[in-house]
Design a binder for this molecule. Sequence first.
Ligand SMILES: [Zn+2]
Length: 109
Amino acid sequence: MKNNYGLPKTELQKIFERDKVCVYCKKKMLGHISDNPRSDWYTIEHLNYLPPWNNPSTVTICCWGCNSSRGNKKIRDWFKTPYCLDKNINEKTVSKFVYRYISDVEDRK
Ligand SMILES: [Zn+2]
């Protein structure tokens, strides 16, 4: 991976071991090779929409499709978009790690 956002390799490994499928749509993610559809590629996802980007407690892995759809929206705002409604992505379906972030950080503001 070209850009690891200043995260130590050991932290990245832990994240990859925890998040084996997309934390949002649960799709099995694939490597970055041209035979694989781009929307299935794994990407580093930042739950926060503002820096810092090197805090492991806000970093997860999701598929390219979800990552590009979310962009820099807050997660709760993104849940209201047609992409999430269509794929049934919401606070009840995302991984525990994401749910915890939403309830600990986004809902507290
Ligand atoms: Zn996804």
